[in-house]
Each structure stands twice: as structure tokens, then as C-alpha cells.
Design a protein around this ligand. Structure first.
Ligand code: MSP
Length: 476
């Protein structure tokens, strides 16, 4: 890694309020941003997220809500930033594609691509899904049904401006094969390489009949195709007063949009003469009863409801622990409750509470850390670097389990009375373990980590407040 870490997430459509599926990748990105901030310094990390606000999908949603589109966009975008705030997701910028600085960057970048000779006028005849704002060909969809939304596709015949993607497919393929542009996991890399081998049609970069969008600078009858507009957020969101953060070190996106990030986005960048991102990390879907969580299916979970009941840390924990990143996995309130009561309250919470209570009682709160923590947690960092969040948490929880077992095995509550010297040694080891656990946990569960570190780093230990109170008593 070089001297900085620039991480982005997909920017969400604002046709409806956020759900846990949207939250998933933002939590993952926030965990990585916090992890790298601790490693290389906060000022060297930039974390970008935001909302994708233009296009027919959004204008239809505003119309259905009976609201002026600007108001609708502002209100819905605010619901996303509010939800992220509740989850302690702290981006350095929350970008909206309606932000004036973004609009300007889009205009400049498209003019550059045109000047470079990679744009031509043509006619598009084919299928379109407004829900995913995607063009489909007859070969993609012989049944004329959207493969993602399962809804009938619209047949379009319109005049568009096109980008000559075909000029770049060989270069993109070479860069992916050599890992100059890394795609993770390997299945996604292979999928993209096979798409590139099949050949890739040029894509439309403008739409003639969509009014809610950025006018194309050289043909204001057309607006910029919403995907092109949206992808460019990674460039505009990387521009700050002190530096330009591009190229991104990591784009985190869901598997439904890997093609846009691994083929179309590199083509746009090459056409504009810009560097490619270093890596694209593709996650799977959160499912409910095996089905992708989505507004279309109607099985969405509102992150605010879970946070209000269980707290931000618990929701972050569930998302990072329950599903292997890169794969699909089911989530439910039942699973959250089980993890909350088991891993969190009875596991970590109980450990911290028991050890601090006993140290206060028998040593009058005097802390004597062992020189070395008894459990080796160095693997956690390596697992995080490989996006194996769930395994990183498993490692941490092995230490929690071992520490709790040590309390029981040594009957620490009796040892304080019978052998104070041994009690001092063992509680010192346990406190060192707890400190280590809290430090490793801080990117995942910033609140609990901070509370634990405040207790164990105090001059004198006092019994910690319950970290994970009984459900119903959790503060929102
Ligand atoms: N606006 C585009 C992205 C543009 S990025 C330049 C978009 N928006 S979206 O709202 O449909 O999805 C945003 C992100 O949320 C995507 O990465 C998508 O994969 C992810 N998810 C949406 N539903 C999801 C699940 N049920 N599970 C996991 N991720 C999900 O696509």
C-alpha cells in the first residue's frame, strides 16, 4: 500500500429509504476505513459514500410520492446519511450526485472523453430496466424480463451518444489478469474476464428522454446516462482542497453491479486518460429466508429499527459476523438477538463485567497488566486485509471464550480470597487480554471498544457498566 487509502462504496439510489442490504457494504467500508486510519493515520484515509440521485427511477419515485423532485431527493438522501450516522458509519464525505461540484466534474470529464475521440452518436435499439437503470440486449435477456428485478423490460429505440468501450476491452482484460486492477473474490474476477472475452458492446452514455439528469455538455437535449454520472462520483468525491485522492484503493460494491465497476468504469477512465482504481471488492447479498433483500421483493429491514433496539455496535457485529464477505447470507432479527445475548452480553459483556468487578473488589481497582496479552490476536489484521471480517471476529471471540474459561477455571472470585498473589497475576493477564480484544474490536464496534478501553486504561479500575444491557433497556 502506498501513502494513502481511499475507499468508496456504491452510492445508493434514493427511490426509497435505506435497508440493511445498503447498510452492509457501508459498515464493511467503515470498518476498513477505521482499521487503516489506526494503521497509517486518519489523515491518510479517505472514505466516500453517498447517494445516486438522477435518472428515470428517481423521477418516477418522486412523482409517485407527489413531491417536487429536488425536495424528494433531499429528504431521501437525508434518510441515508441519518441511518449511517446512527450506525456510526463516518464517511469523510457523503456525496450526492446533485452536488454542484460533482455536476461540474461530470461535465468536464465527458468533454475530455469526447475531445479524446471516444464518443460517437448512434441509435440504440434494445431493452432497458429502469429499476436497475441498465441496458440489456436480446442475447442477455431472451425472455425480455429483468434478470435482477424479474420485471418486464422496456423496449427502447432512441438516439444516444455512445462510448467506444470496444477500444479498451483488451487493455482492461490485461490489467485484470495481471492484478493491476484487482478483483476480489476470484469467482468475480473470472466472471468479469469471461464477459470481456465474449466481447462487450459499446454503451450509451446519454439518454434523450430523461429530463432529471445532468445535461450533456455538447448536446443539451440529452442527459448523462445515470450510471456514467454515478460512477464519476468516485472522482469528484476524491477532490479536496489539500489533495486529489484518486485513484481509489478500494471500491466496495455488490455483485449485481460488478460489471459496471470492473468493465464500464475502467473504460470511462481510460477514455478520459485517468488511472484505474487499485481494486474492486465485490460482496454478496444479504437475504431474508434465502431471498435477496430488496424493495421490489418487499422484505426489507430498516437499519434504524435494529439500531434503536440493539444499538449500533450489535448491528455492525451481526453484519460482519454472520455472513462471509463475498458470499450471500441470511440475516434476521432472531439471529441478531441470538448473537446479542450470546456473543455480546454473555460473552464479551460478561467477561469485562466479571473481571473489572473482581479487580475492584480484591485489588481496590489497582491495575497490573501482564506484560504480554495471553492470546495472540495478530491474525486479526491479516484477516481484515483479506476482507475476511467474519473470521477476524471469530479470532477475537476465541480470545473472549478463552478468557471467560480462565475466569471459571481459576475460580477467580475465590482466588481473590485464597491467593491474592495468583489473583493479581491472572487478573493482570485477563486485563491485558481484554485491552487487546478492545483494541482489535475498535473498527468493528467503536462504542463498546471505547467504553472498555476507558475502564481498563483508567488509573483505578471500577466495575464497568453493562456493555450490552438486556434488550429493551438498550439505549437508542
Ligand atoms: N446506484 C447504484 C450504484 C451506483 S455506484 C456508482 C445502485 N444502487 S442500489 O441502491 O441499488 O444499491 C447500492 C448498493 O447496495 C449496491 O452495491 C448493491 O449491491 C447493494 N445492495 C442492495 N441490496 C443488497 C442486499 N440485499 N444485500 C447486499 N447488498 C445489497 O446499484
Amino acid at each position: 500500500m502506498d501513502d494513502k487509502f481511499y475507499i468508496t462504496t456504491a452510492i445508493d439510489y434514493i427511490n426509497a429509504k435505506p435497508h440493511i442490504g445498503h447498510a452492509y457494504e457501508k459498515v464493511a467500508a467503515d470498518v476498513l476505513a477505521r482499521f487503516y486510519a489506526e494503521k497509517i493515520g486518519k489523515d491518510k484515509v479517505r472514505f466516500l459514500t453517498g447517494t445516486d440521485e438522477h435518472g428515470a427511477k428517481i423521477s418516477k419515485a418522486a412523482e409517485a410520492a407527489g413531491e417536487p423532485i429536488e425536495d424528494f431527493a433531499r429528504e431521501t438522501a437525508a434518510k441515508f446519511s441519518f441511518a449511517w450516522d446512527q450506525l456510526n458509519i463516518n464517511p469523510d464525505r457523503f456525496i450526492r450526485t446533485t452536488d454542484p461540484d460533482h455536476v461540474q466534474v461530470v461535465e468536464e470529464l465527458l468533454l475530455k472523453i469526447k475531445d479524446n475521440g471516444y464518443v460517437y452518436e448512434g441509435e440504440y435499439e434494445g431493452y432497458y430496466c429502469t429499476a436497475c437503470e441498465t441496458f440489456y440486449t436480446e442475447t442477455d435477456v431472451p425472455d425480455h424480463v429483468c434478470p435482477i428485478h424479474k420485471t418486464p423490460l422496456e423496449l427502447l429505440k432512441e438516439k444516444n451518444w455512445f462510448l467506444k468501450i470496444s477500444e479498451f476491452t483488451d487493455t482492461i482484460r490485461t490489467k485484470i489478469e495481471s492484478d493491476e486492477l484487482k478483483i476480489w473474490p476470484i469467482e468475480r474476477k473470472n466472471e468479469i474476464l469471461s464477459l470481456l472475452k465474449q466481447g462487450f458492446n459499446d454503451i450509451a452514455i446519454s439518454r434523450p428522454n430523461v429530463k432529471w439528469g445532468i445535461p450533456l455538455p455538447w448536446d443539451t437535449e440529452q442527459t448523462v446516462y445515470v450510471w456514467v454520472d454515478a460512477l464519476i462520483n468516485y472522482i469528484s468525491g476524491g477532490k479536496t482542497e489539500s489533495r486529489d485522492w484518486w485513484p481509489a484503493d478500494l471500491h466496495i460494491v455488490g455483485k449485481d453491479i460488478s460489471k459496471f465497476h470492473c468493465i464500464i468504469w475502467p473504460a470511462i477512465l481510460l477514455a478520459a486518460g485517468l488511472e484505474l482504481p487499485k481494486s474492486v471488492v465485490v460482496h454478496g447479498y444479504l437475504t431474508v429466508g434465502g431471498e435477496k433483500m430488496s424493495k421490489t421483493v418487499g422484505n426489507v429491514i430498516d437499519p434504524n429499527d435494529w439500531v434503536a433496539k440493539y444499538g449500533a455496535d450489535a448491528v455492525r457485529y451481526l453484519l460482519m459476523r454472520e455472513v462471509a464477505f463475498g458470499q450471500d447470507g441470511d440475516v434476521s432479527e432472531e439471529k441478531l438477538k441470538t448473537r446479542y445475548e450470546g456473543d455480546l452480553a454473555n460473552g464479551l459483556g460478561n467477561l469485562v463485567s466479571r473481571v473489572t468487578t473482581l479487580v475492584e473488589k480484591f485489588l481496590d481497582g489497582k491495575i497490573q497488566f501482564a506484560d504480554k496479552a495471553p492470546y495472540d490476536l495478530s491474525e486479526v489484521d491479516r484477516l481484515l486485509e483479506k476482507y475476511s471480517f467474519h473470521q477476524a471476529l471469530q479470532e477475537i471471540w476465541n480470545a473472549v471464550k478463552n478468557a471467560n474459561e480462565s475466569v471459571d477455571y481459576n475460580k477467580l472470585w475465590e482466588l481473590g480470597k485464597s491467593d491474592l498473589e495468583k489473583f493479581t497475576i491472572i487478573s493482570g493477564e485477563l486485563l491485558a487480554a481484554i485491552k487487546d480484544i478492545a483494541e482489535k474490536l475498535s473498527p468493528f464496534m467503536p462504542e463498546a471498544s471505547k467504553k472498555i478501553l476507558t475502564v481498563v486504561n483508567a488509573e483505578k479500575i471500577t466495575k464497568a457498566e453493562p456493555l450490552f444491557p438486556r434488550i429493551g433497556e438498550v439505549k437508542s
